[in-house]
Structures are given as structure tokens and as C-alpha cells.
Ligand binder design. Structure first.
Ligand SMILES: C[S@@+](CC[C@H](N)C(=O)[O-])C[C@H]1O[C@@H](n2cnc3c(N)ncnc32)[C@H](O)[C@@H]1O
Length: 290
């Protein structure tokens, strides 16, 4: 990562007052088939987002300690969920997505990996708000909020998460917050893009442009998920995590996570350590890899 490019991005984001307008969501721009194609083009668990998947799998494992039934809403083709489920074999998961295509792909992948602790269902936040209460003791949602139509849908999503997790339940959400400048979006997309930008780069650009602003996310979390705390990457809320309190990570899981970090390619390991540093500097403690 170029230190100069990073410094310019920080300066832009800190100095600009005005937010850029929200762009179309990935669902609106690419449709489920387009999102899936992009995910399979560069968003695989061992692809160029490997560091992000592992960081969030570790963080999710911390909030899941001692829980039994977890719903993952907007699970997509299950890339994050499959890694989380493998790390937490004592938890029974339900992967839920509005797209039947995604659920079909997740089911196939889980069978291929021999994972038996995931059920799959086509549903959405409205459905889970209506009938998810009492069925789970944990709810997670990764990289999905930016796909919601508006702040009313964001409120419904957080209320559904709260209903599914229940009063003392575990919650983990991660997403982007909207950057103020299109040049900052270019900076992050270019950081991650291959020489010839692929469909994943297009999805990444669209997702960053469709993200809610940090203030929209903060207001919605304070209102609808008061049991959770909101964290963001240092100085610029490029990535956001909303989570309930951590439980004690089992020794075997901590050891497995350290092995997985060691097994990453050098560039992905650097990305993971950057993520750890940027969230730690933003105030998120209890690093699962420390
Ligand atoms: C970028 S994918 C994220 C997939 C996965 N959670 C991950 O981290 O890899 C976003 C997913 O959210 C799903 N989605 C969008 N709106 C939804 C809603 N209202 N209810 C359920 N799923 C939704 C989309 O179908 C898509 O599969």
C-alpha cells in the first residue's frame, strides 16, 4: 500500500465536509447473478479478500463463544459463513439470503466441504423480523447492509437482527461506510484490483458507492441495536463493525486462527495485520490474533 496514496486519502476524507450522494446498490446494478459472478471472480475465501474474511471470522467467533444457534442474514454464496461454521462446529448456523441462486450455491459449497452445521433458507430481513424471534441466540450479517434500498430498510434490518439474537444474544455486523470522495473509492478499488480490473473490482466499486454514511449507520445502531457497540477503522470510517461483547475464545479456535493467519500468502497476511492495526487504532480491543 503506497504511504503517499494513503496519506492523500486520509487528507481528502478528513478535510471534505460534504458526503457524496449514494450510488445504486449492487442488487440494483448487477442483480444476484452479477454479484455471484463477481464474488467468484475475486471474492473467494482464498482470493484477494482472504484477509477480510479471516479477520471477521475471528471476530465473529469471539462473539459466538457459548452460543448455540446463529443466523447469517444476507449470507450470499456463503463464503464468510462456511469459514465461520468450520471454526465453530458446536454452533448450528442458518444461512439466509433473499436470492435462491445464492442459497443454492452455498448449499453446494457446504456439501463439498462436508460441513453439516449449516441449514439454508431463502428469506429476507422482513421475513426474519416477522418470524425469527426465539429461534436463535446469535445473528450475523456481513457485507450486506450496503445492498439495502434506503435507511428505512436499514432500520428493518437492524430490528430483524435484534429480534433474531434476542435480548442477550450475540450480534456481529460488518460493512463499509461511505467515503466522502470518489477519489477515495478509486484509491481502495485500485489497491485491491488486478492489472485488468475484473467483475469483483466492479462489485467493490459499486458497494463502496452504495454504502450508508457513518452517521446513518451510527444513528440506526443506537436506535435499533443499543446492546451492540459500533467500531470503525482509524480516523476514516471506511470499514465498520457493529458487535456485542466478546466471549472467551476457546484455545483450540485461537490456535486454529493463528495457523490460518500463518497459512495466508504474504500479501494477505500484511492486509490482515493492517486490518487488525486499523481497527485497534480505531479503538477495537481484544485482538483475536494477538
Ligand atoms: C455482497 S453479498 C454478501 C455475502 C456474504 N455475507 C459475504 O460476506 O460474503 C450481499 C448479499 O445480501 C443479499 N441481500 C440483499 N438484500 C437482502 C435482504 N433484504 N435480505 C436478505 N438478503 C439480502 C444479496 O442477495 C447478497 O447475496
Amino acid at each position: 500500500m503506497s504511504a503517499f496514496g494513503m496519506a492523500r486519502m486520509f487528507a481528502r476524507e478528513l478535510l471534505l465536509r460534504r458526503e457524496q450522494p449514494r450510488g445504486p446498490t449492487p442488487g440494483q446494478q448487477l442483480g444476484a447473478a452479477g454479484i455471484l459472478a463477481a464474488m467468484e471472480d475475486g471474492g473467494e475465501v482464498d482470493g484477494r479478500t482472504a484477509a477480510g474474511y479471516l479477520y471477521h471470522s475471528a471476530r465473529i467467533s469471539q462473539v459466538l463463544a457459548g452460543r448455540r444457534r446463529c443466523v447469517d442474514i444476507g449470507c450470499g454464496n456463503g463464503t464468510q459463513l462456511l469459514q465461520v461454521a468450520a471454526l465453530n462446529p458446536d454452533v448450528q448456523f442458518c444461512g439466509v439470503d433473499a436470492s435462491p441462486l445464492m442459497i443454492e450455491r452455498g448449499t453446494v459449497q457446504a456439501a463439498r466441504l462436508g460441513l453439516t452445521n449449516i441449514d439454508w433458507a431463502v428469506d429476507d430481513f422482513d421475513g426474519l423480523l416477522a418470524h425469527g424471534r426465539g429461534q436463535y441466540d446469535a445473528a450475523i450479517c456481513t457485507m450486506t447492509l450496503h445492498d439495502l434500498a434506503d435507511t428505512a430498510a436499514l432500520a428493518t434490518a437492524l430490528r430483524a437482527m435484534a429480534a433474531c439474537a434476542g435480548h442477550d444474544g450475540a450480534v456481529y455486523i460488518e460493512d463499509f461506510a461511505r467515503l466522502k470522495s470518489p477519489a477515495s473509492i478509486d484509491f481502495f478499488v485500485d489497491l485491491n484490483a488486478p492489472a485488468v480490473p475484473d467483475r469483483f473490482s466492479a462489485l467493490y466499486r459499486c458497494s463502496l458507492g452504495a454504502a450508508f454514511t457513518f452517521s446513518e449507520l451510527k444513528e440506526a445502531v443506537e436506535r435499533h441495536l443499543p446492546q451492540a457497540s459500533l467500531h470503525h477503522t482509524f480516523l476514516v470510517p471506511f470499514l465498520v463493525v457493529v458487535k456485542s461483547a466478546d466471549g472467551p475464545l476457546p484455545v483450540a479456535t485461537r490456535r486454529r486462527l493463528a495457523q490460518m493467519r500463518a497459512g495466508l500468502q504474504a500479501a494477505a497476511r500484511r492486509d490482515l495485520d493492517d486490518l487488525r492495526r486499523f481497527f485497534a487504532l480505531g479503538g477495537l480491543g481484544n485482538d483475536p490474533f494477538a
